[in-house]
Ligand binder design. Sequence first.
Ligand code: SAM
Length: 190
Amino acid sequence: MSPERYQRIRDVLEKRQTDLTVCLENVHKPHNVSAIVRTCDAVGIHRVHTVWEKKYQFRRGTAMGSQQWVRQTNHDGINDAMAELKGQGMQVLVTHLSDTAVDFRDVDYTKPTAILFGQEKYGATDEAKALADQDIVIPMMGMVQSLNVSVAAALVLYEAQRQRTIAGMYNTQQLPEEECQALAFQNGYP
Ligand code: SAM
């Protein structure tokens, strides 16, 4: 690997936000998963969480295929995913068009945060909504009721990136140095 390539990878890894993540619940269309993971990479997310219930499990190991720069943890069910995220001290926000939802721009994303996005047609499951700490919504002023899930993810994640940039959170390395070095030498994530 050239020194320039190594430095480029290091620069990216040093900005990775280990306390910001997304959880994709039954988001199963490959182009959506791919677009969301690409946005995750762009805002510095290190790991994404996925939950695919039985009928979508054909996505395991395929939808993430080309995304070598963002790590993935797949969970057997939404309860496991929520338990792990909350166990890491994350506030879990579910993107959901409800009366109790707050505008996504009124949330503090400098806190350890996991943002859950739901299935393309049906949205987040009732279990996810019940377990989450807060519903968030992207205000809609038009005739259609919702955005494409990857568009919704981009909007929310870029608000998180904006807030974290202002707070200087990209200036402090969050990934442990050992992991950073190992990943840089692998020239990509396994
Ligand atoms: N009928 C579904 C519902 O009520 O949730 C719509 C699902 S929407 C097409 C798919 C996913 O995109 C949602 O689960 C959510 O993650 C995200 N999404 C789309 N538009 C949104 C909005 N305006 N506010 C928040 N999340 C949105």
